[in-house]
Design a binder for this molecule. Structure first.
Ligand SMILES: Cc1cc2nc3c(=O)[nH]c(=O)nc-3n(C[C@H](O)[C@H](O)[C@H](O)COP(=O)(O)OP(=O)(O)OC[C@H]3O[C@@H](n4cnc5c(N)ncnc54)[C@H](O)[C@@H]3O)c2cc1C
Length: 493
């Protein structure tokens, strides 16, 4: 372990956070708790409250999903004192808390940036072979992934604040000066030179006044939410025998233990399991909404467990309205139970199955997106756009559930994502990463997959550290001018 955890969450600090005194701490990678406690007196006024400045860092990353974790690790590895704030108690975002599995294949050749390649190697080192030998998707294991993320952060010297929600941004002179957070002990402030918004919802960017949009401009709807879950107790051999051999479903190209089942009524593709789900609607055992979309993937390292990519909650429930979102949770949980009950009764291999885990985070494919210096659109996908300041490449198809499913790009084709779609003119010290970058609803439906989000975050972490070293504001960094050996990706031109 290169550097220790240095945020002073001692009893004394809990008392400080509770308002007894207020202390601000300048983090350094090697600073001990004792040393940190000697620094005192920093607090800020927030409304009518005086709240402690918990720490002051070079780079503060808000949100610990695939993009945020990558950003934090790469910022710290490049020499910046880095804090990562996550509202849950595991890193990995939807991929861990949201039961989203596996990492979809980008379909772009050589798209793995060094961090993504390292993640895959670390999975392998822990006995989780991510490749099925046929497809290019990354079969991970959520608990192993969470552990790997912790280890990578620890080794790089990233300080993590878990169970901490970013609630506000204070700005002055076109910069974010402070992020307001809610910790387990109460409100506190974080000072940083550069902020990275990896909340998936552009929460920090919106709080700081960055232009943004949500949903599809044609309908006003967000992409549908899903409430993913896992089912244990599955007889995988019997399931495989039924689906692959008896039904002769050849859609899943890989064999056990890498096996998946699916049906999606809104797609042109007719999956063999569609008939099973349609029968359930006829008998009244499941609703049409529950039958619309069902998918399950065996989880590597969890025998007899499938990650269920369903229920897909009707789009009348919004990913951006807090009341509607909350109702989606209740509605989705009922859908989940019905689907599970139906599969247990009717799908061979599921006879002894049970719900073994519910996602701890509702699955929002899309919510808010910033409008930054470059706005990626559908044409960038079809034209296979290249950018001098490209931070990664991808070719996952446009997968806007219920709205648009595009053709795949020709084999070997891909488009690039420019650094300018991560920054705005509005806030100079902010980089936005992951599924909420500056992209149209339709383009976002392609770029949102986990490996691509991680590559974007990786570049942001490198850029943030580089900008601070070379005294260039985050939104003025020319990624193409960063020495190629430092960059995680160099444009294909
Ligand atoms: C149902 C569903 C199925 C999908 N299927 C696949 C798939 O098969 N393969 C694939 O590769 N991708 C898939 N995706 C897409 C992919 O999971 C996401 O687009 C990707 O995880 C986005 O990464 P991110 O880092 O931008 O955000 P997220 O993964 O959403 O992570 C954001 C993180 O920020 C934290 N956070 C948010 N707000 C705050 C705050 N205010 N304070 C502190 N922390 C905060 C959250 O807790 C979370 O950990 C799917 C998505 C969904 C919803």
């Amino acid at each position: 372990m290169a550097q220790g955890f240095s945020i002073p969450i001692s009893r004394r600090d809990l008392l400080k956070l509770a308002g007894v005194t207020a202390a601000g701490v300048v983090l350094s990678g090697t600073q001990s708790i004792e040393a940190a406690e000697k620094i005192s007196g920093d607090s800020i006024k927030y409304g009518d409250k005086k709240i402690p400045v918990l720490c002051s860092v070079d780079v503060c990353v808000c949100g610990g999903g695939p993009s945020g974790t990558a950003a934090a690790v790469n910022s710290a590895r490049n020499g910046a004192k880095t804090l990562l704030i996550e509202r849950g108690i595991a890193l990995g975002g939807l991929g861990v808390l949201g039961c989203v599995y596996p990492f979809m294949d980008t379909h772009a050749p050589n798209s793995d940036t060094p961090y993504v390649a390292e993640l895959k190697q670390r999975l392998r080192d822990k006995g989780i072979e991510p490749f099925d030998g046929v497809t290019q998707q990354t079969w991970h294991n959520p608990e192993t992934l969470a552990l790997i993320h912790d280890e990578m952060c620890e080794e790089a010297g990233v300080n993590i604040l878990y169970q901490t929600v970013v609630v506000d941004a204070l700005t002055s002179g076109g910069k974010i000066s402070v992020a307001i957070i809610q910790t387990i002990a109460g409100l506190a402030a974080i000072k940083a030179k550069t902020f990275i918004d990896a909340t998936g919802d552009a929460y920090l960017a919106r709080s700081a006044g960055v232009d943004h949009e949500r949903g599809y401009e044609k309908t006003g709807n967000n992409q549908p939410l899903s409430f993913r879950f896992e089912m244990g107790g599955i007889d995988a051999e019997r399931l495989y025998q039924h689906v692959a051999i008896e039904l002769q479903e050849d859609w899943c190209k890989s064999k056990l233990p890498y096996f998946e089942i699916a049906e999606a009524m809104h797609r042109k593709q007719r999956y063999k399991l569609e008939a099973l789900m349609a029968r359930g609607v006829e008998t009244g055992e499941i609703t049409q909404e529950e039958a619309e979309y069902m998918q399950g993937y065996m989880i590597i390292g969890k025998n007899g467990v499938m990650s269920m990519n369903c229920p897909e909650i009707p789009v009348k429930f919004s990913a951006t309205d807090p009341i509607s979102y909350s109702k989606a949770v209740t509605f989705g949980r009922k859908m989940m139970r019905n689907i599970a009950r139906y599969l247990i009764k009717h799908l061979p291999g599921f006879e002894n199955a049970f719900i073994s885990r519910e996602a701890a985070m509702l699955g929002a494919r899309e919510s808010w997106r910033i409008k930054g210096k470059y706005y990626l659109v559908e044409d960038d996908y079809h034209d296979q756009s290249r950018f001098a300041d490209a931070v990664c490449r991808t070719a996952w198809f446009i997968d806007a559930h219920g709205e648009k499913i595009s053709e795949k790009l020709p084999k070997g084709g891909f488009y690039e994502i420019p650094y300018r779609s991560l920054v705005s003119d509005k806030v100079s010290n902010l980089i936005v990463v992951g599924r909420c970058i500056s992209a149209s609803f339709i383009l976002q439906a392609s770029m949102r997959i986990q490996a691509t989000c991680a590559s974007i975050g990786e570049a942001a972490g490198i850029a943030a550290a580089y900008g601070l070293k070379s005294n260039v504001a985050a939104n003025a960094i020319d990624w193409a001018k960063i020495p190629a050996k430092v960059r995680s990706y160099v444009s294909a031109g």
